[in-house]
Design a protein around this ligand. Structure first.
Ligand code: NAD
Ligand code: MG
Length: 389
């Protein structure tokens, strides 16, 4: 394998750490020259990744941690910077492959910068497409960037989608584990704690996406993400609950055939696929033992307990900035879930915010999206205060 210039935005997170594993498997410094890496609060992990790979630039998004990072990397030759602008600058550096794994809408501006420099963008940061779909797809086209989905469902679809015959695609079917509250009743869900919500049965992920999986807001974001990534109409995006998380998603064709991608629930599959694309490289991930699995289960999602799915369809139908509003309101509600509002109230707050800010204009510029995101957070916080009082 040839040496490639790589950057990792969000290297200290769950996806970032799994990306480092994939690079180690591929040969470490022999396979990847780390041009730039970024993190936020975990300076120890950021500095360690920089040392291991001899990173050219290490950036913390938090300006208050600049001196800590500088001290941790003293004498290494790694350039150090801090603050949101420095994260964008890191993303703009010339690379062949950029992993976009910042969590939340904070990832949009840096990921747009990575797309503009024309790299292959391995996209984990789904909020980027949810909030700024049209904008981001246009930026990839304008920058000549190749967009490879890392979210396991979208990566699965990418692997089985016949892109030369878009008209032959009838629907895509996103699988959902159903999260830790799959079998809980509404009364129990209303009292759910943060600790219960982050305990995902199948996947080991960051805290925010784990809570989003418990409310199925993660699947809601993924429906909108799929629409933008694959150019689908809202009614072509279906969701099925599949508790084992073995089928990562499926594509249904007009002749009735359904193609699926299967694998053990390990994000390093999807990350490795995106790193080695268009080739396939051997990876030491768990192999499926079908005799031991014995069965795969499916059931329709329950939209009474998981209204996030309905909200996603409404946002897809509205289009434009509705995605940014849904995501911004959801991020604000999620922060408030830690003590101020109950688990089920997160969806109420998002629902209310989407209605309050309708009609939603077009997501034409980064400023449009940033303003819609800020407005959504303001309205959502009003809803939070009304409930917390
Ligand atoms: P995480 O919380 O573990 O890590 C987030 C990363 O973003 C960290 O490196 C953190 O330092 C950085 N970050 C946080 N706030 C920031 C800010 N304001 N500015 C710049 N950087 C900031 O999250 P994760 O689970 O690795 O998820 C990352 C993205 O990948 C999310 O969009 C998530 O939805 C998506 N994703 C994750 C998984 C998974 O298995 N973890 C699967 C599919 C998709
Ligand atoms: Mg996913």
């Amino acid at each position: 394998m040839t040496l490639r210039r790589v950057s990792i935005l969000g290297v200290t997170g769950s996806i970032g750490r799994s990306t480092l594993d994939v690079l180690r498997w591929a040969g470490g410094r022999e396979a990847a020259r780390l041009v730039a890496i970024t993190g936020h609060s975990n300076i120890g992990a950021l500095a360690q990744a920089a040392r291991e790979f001899g990173a050219g630039l290490a950036v913390t998004a938090d300006p208050a941690r600049y001196l800590d990072l500088k001290a941790a990397l003293a004498g290494t030759g790694t350039e150090v910077a801090a603050g949101p602008e420095a994260v964008i600058e890191a993303a703009s550096r010339d690379t062949d492959w950029c992993m976009a794994a910042i969590v939340g809408a904070a990832g949009l501006a840096p990921t747009l910068a990575a797309a503009a420099q024309g790299a292959t963008v391995a996209l984990a940061n789904k909020e980027c497409l949810v909030a700024g779909g049209e904008l981001f797809i246009a930026a990839c086209a304008a920058g000549g960037a190749t967009l490879l989905p890392v979210d396991s469902e979208h990566n699965a679809i990418f692997q089985v989608l016949d892109r030369t015959r878009q008209s032959a695609v009838e629907r895509i079917i996103l699988t959902a584990s159903g999260g830790p509250f799959r079998d809980w009743d509404l009364a129990r869900m209303a009292r759910a704690t943060v600790a219960e919500a982050v305990a995902h049965p199948n996947w080991d992920m960051g805290a925010k996406i784990s809570i989003d999986s418990a409310s199925m807001f993660n699947k809601a974001l993924e429906m909108i993400e799929a629409k933008h990534l694959f150019g689908l109409r809202p009614e072509q995006v279906e969701v099925i609950v599949h508790p084992q998380s073995i089928i990562h998603s499926m594509v249904g064709y007009v002749d009735g055939s359904v193609l699926a991608q299967l694998g053990a629930p390990d994000m390093r599959h999807a990350i490795g696929y995106a790193f080695h694309h268009p080739h396939r490289a051997p990876m030491p991930v768990e192999r499926l033992d079908f005799a031991r699995l014995a069965r795969l289960d499916f059931r329709a999602p329950d939209e009474v307990r998981f209204p996030a799915l309905r909200l996603a369809r409404e946002a897809m139908a509205a289009g434009g900035l509705a995605g940014a509003v849904l995501n911004g309101a959801k991020e604000a509600a999620l922060e408030a879930f830690a003590g101020r509002i109950g688990f089920l109230q997160m969806a109420d707050v998002v629902d209310e915010t989407l209605s309050a800010l309708a009609p939603h204009g077009p997501a034409a510029t980064l400023q449009d999206v940033t303003e819609a995101d800020a407005a959504a957070r303001r309205v959502a916080l009003t809803g939070v205060r009304a409930r917390a009082a």
